[in-house]
Write a protein that binds this ligand. Structure first.
Ligand code: KG4
Ligand code: ZN
Length: 344
């Protein structure tokens, strides 16, 4: 199939954190299968991801998830044109499982290997359901480990214009959720509880970073929530958890919307996309939808299944690398702190 047809089929693998995932993607934007084994139930017991446990579970699941992805797509390795894998950033043990599996397949079959940056994958998730979306545009990536504002100049070409100085947005959601007893992962739980609360009940700070208008800082906000909770406890006052969730969420959303829209207007683009786990937050989506509508900006966002970690987004990013002729060697290694735009 790969020699007679111009269609390009990529088997993609993602294992950078606590999801073991594999997908088959056709021509970059058509997802033939997207298998995700989430380890959340396992890590819930500990209140967060335990890297060693994640690595072991990835080893147990990786072959099964790859086989399922191929079976669901009704294809075999012989039908593939390349194997793509996330090689950073992320947890080193979990990354190594995906990278080793991908390299083993390439070594055995002779298929080319394409190492993909995890955040590039998140951004590329927008191409899957929005066939008309093309660069350039502004993207906001908000996940458990990252908060980046970027210019997507072309396929595979990014300029980071803003980033968090401390906690990532998702990290702040998870820490605040833990403080009000919601458990892990906190983002979806705060999202749900906030619907029952008053977002104006408590005023939490919206931090600005001097001389870096697109940068973010969430650690002050997190401390402010913790101080509020301590204050209530010391005064013997009951905490309205829904109000705390709604007020905290509003503070995060206000800052994300303000910075993102400022960037879109400053750079003069009329297209804006969000990505990453926090991009499935209902309040953030609603606020961005409204703000973009008011300014005639076309707003793109992936379905929740393509916001949190998945391999389809890795297959999409890899397709554009494949088209440019970029390939990784079999010496590809996991790079936990891989920077955006850095190629190894
Ligand atoms: O992109 P992702 O799956 O993994 C990373 O690359 O980090 O993002 C996971 C993060 C977690 O912090 C989780 O709490 C957050 O995304 N998250 C949410 C929502 N769904 C997931 N945060 C806020 N609202 C949500 N609905
Ligand atoms: Zn992610």
């Amino acid at each position: 199939m790969n020699t007679t047809s111009k269609d390009i089929y990529i088997l993609a693998i993602e294992s950078s954190c606590d999801e073991t995932a594999a997908a088959v993607v056709k021509n970059g934007r058509e997802v033939l299968s997207n298998i995700i084994f989430s380890q959340i139930e396992l890590h819930k017991l500990y209140g967060g991801v335990v890297p060693e446990i994640a690595s072991r579970k990835h080893i147990e699941k990786i072959n099964q998830v790859i086989e399922e992805a191929l079976a669901k797509a009704q294809m075999s390795l012989r039908d593939m044109d390349a194997v793509a894998v996330t090689y950073g950033p992320g947890l080193v043990g979990p990354l190594l499982v995906g990278v080793s599996a991908a390299k083993a397949i390439c070594f055995a079959t002779g298929l080319p290997l394409i190492g993909v940056h995890h955040i590039e994958g998140h951004i590329n998730a927008n191409y899957i359901e929005n066939r008309e979306l093309e660069p350039p545009f502004i993207a906001l990536v908000v996940s458990g480990g990252h908060t980046h504002l970027l210019v997507v100049k072309d396929y595979g070409e990014y300029e980071v214009i803003g980033r968090t100085r401390d906690d990532a947005a998702g990290e702040a959601f998870d820490k605040v959720a833990r403080a009000i007893g919601l458990g892990y992962p906190g983002g979806p739980k705060i999202d749900r509880l906030a619907k029952e609360g008053n977002p104006d009940a408590i005023h939490f700070p919206r931090a600005k970073v001097e001389e870096a208008v697109y940068d973010f800082s969430f650690s002050g906000l997190k401390s402010s929530v913790l101080n509020y909770l301590n204050g209530c406890e010391m005064k013997g006052e009951a905490v309205n958890r829904a109000d705390v969730a709604a007020s905290f969420q509003k503070a995060v959303v206000d800052v994300l919307v303000e910075h993102a829209l400022e960037a879109v207007e400053d750079f003069g683009f009329n297209r804006f996309a969000i990505a990453g786990g926090v991009a499935s937050n209902s309040s953030l989506r609603d606020a961005l939808k409204e703000a973009c509508e008011q300014r005639n900006i076309v707003f793109y966002y992936p379905s929740p299944i393509y916001c949190t970690d998945n391999a389809a987004m890795i297959g999409t990013a890899a397709y554009y690398e494949y088209k440019k002729g970029k390939r990784s060697g079999l010496d590809l290694n996991a790079v936990p702190g891989l920077k955006l735009g850095e190629r190894l």
